[in-house]
Write a protein that binds this ligand. Structure first.
Ligand code: ATP
Ligand code: MG
Ligand code: MG
Length: 378
């Protein structure tokens, strides 16, 4: 197989590298960290800044095509590489997803529903934004936020002013805080030919702004599920997207479906596809990148995925892995990160079972059993 270039060395990249190697491809990873999860498994690891001209030249000369696993890759670097070889997703698609304001305006132009929002460029914009959006609201940095970092909930004008200062006075989006019934996501793959395949909708539970559990099939009605799929498809069409795209949605208590945000890459809520689908989201990324026919997205079993955050490693008593190995249908994935930090994604596991309820029940039971000391009441 050919040599593929991957910008970003995190866990999404690692899972891509694993699939690519299994399929006979070589991978060169570019990441500034010399011990990144993907870089360590790659055939070659170029350790440099994403803007480093020499590093980009090395990738362009050695690779047949380039992809990314990290939405904050400078769009300029993607554009530069695209002058010499295929780059998917495109610099344009990545630029839209990496700026929350640009992303929201793009969605609005497509007439897709979002939570009410307003741009905040400077402190002078705060009163107007507050009047437009109302309270409660969430102030989010326009760029570089992830896992709920870089966003603050605000209930009053005073809160809002303080939040803007504590986010550093950078460009922000003020967003209406919606009352959620649940959260769902759609992961899809699209080829340059326009061919598109979607995975079934995942139902996601977040804790402290971080994805905690994804369960598939989602427990939502067929109409809602179809609407989510069709909105995700229209986003991919409008971006003339090539690669794997994830779209996160809010389902409000009133039953409304709102687009939250999108990710121009495989997504944490799509990890279940590795264990429970014919073709995983990472294989789709490779297929789309290499111009191969897209794979089968069929779900082979109900599944529930649980993220393993650094907190578990840091707690007294450690992790009772024996519980995981003893659970039928459970599969473990660890990312090989060298540094453990609270809130950091270190791995995940999936539990496959006969029904959605059984998968979710077993996943939750394991969640509690792995970390017996987290609940003081237990
Ligand atoms: P990531 O990119 O890791 O998914 P992020 O930092 O970009 O996260 P968001 O997706 O904007 O953050 O928000 C994280 C979570 O916070 C959401 O999944 C949801 O649970 C909650 N949240 C965010 N915005 C809103 C909102 N407007 N109303 C209600 N809840 C929200
Ligand atoms: Mg995000
Ligand atoms: Mg999100």
């Amino acid at each position: 197989g050919a040599t593929l270039g991957l910008l970003g060395g995190g866990q999404l990249g690692r899972l891509f590298v694993l699939v690519a190697r299994e399929m006979g491809y070589r991978v060169i990873v570019l990441d500034p960290d010399d011990r990144s999860p993907a870089g360590e498994l790659a055939d070659e690891h170029v350790c440099a800044d994403y803007r480093d001209a020499e590093a980009l030249t090395r990738l362009a000369s050695a690779c047949a095509a380039i992809t990314t696993e990290f939405e904050n890759i400078p769009a300029e670097s993607l554009k530069l590489l695209a002058q010499r070889l295929p780059v998917h997703p495109s610099a344009d698609a990545v630029a839209t997803a990496q700026d929350r304001l640009r992303e929201k305006r793009f969605l609005r132009d497509l007439a897709l529903p979002t939570a009410a929002f307003a741009a905040v460029g400077s402190a002078a914009d705060l009163p107007v934004a507050a009047a437009a959006v109302g309270f409660p609201a969430i102030l989010k940095r326009a760029s570089f936020g992830y896992d709920g970092k870089g966003q603050i909930r605000v209930a009053t004008a005073t809160d809002l002013e303080a939040a803007f200062v504590s986010l550093g006075g950078v460009a922000c989006v003020l967003e209406q805080q919606v009352a959620l019934a649940c959260e769902i996501s759609v992961v899809l793959a699209r080829a340059t030919s326009g061919e598109m395949v979607c995975y079934p909708v995942a139902e996601n539970e977040h804790r402290n702004g971080v994805l905690a559990v994804s369960t598939v099939p989602a427990q939502i009605d067929e109409v809602l599920s179809e609407r989510a799929l069709s909105m995700a498809r229209s986003i991919a069409e409008a971006l003339e997207y090539c690669g794997v795209l994830a779209v996160e949605f809010f389902v409000t208590r009133e039953g409304e479906l709102l687009v939250n945000e999108m990710a121009p890459r495989p997504h944490n809520s799509g990890h279940y596809t590795v264990d429970a689908c014919v073709c995983s989201q990472f294989e789709q990324q490779l297929r789309a990148l290499c111009g191969l026919p897209l794979g089968d997205t069929r779900l082979l079993s109900p599944v529930s995925m649980v993220n393993l955050l650094g907190d578990r490693w840091l707690q007294d008593g450690g992790i009772d892995w024996a519980q995981l190995y003893a659970t039928p249908g459970a599969r473990l994935h660890l990312y090989g990160k060298h540094e453990t930090r609270a809130g950091r994604k270190m791995g995940h596991y999936c539990v496959l079972a006969e029904t959605r309820a059984a998968a979710q029940g077993a996943a939750r039971a394991l969640d509690a059993a792995l970390s017996p000391s987290t609940d003081p009441a237990a």
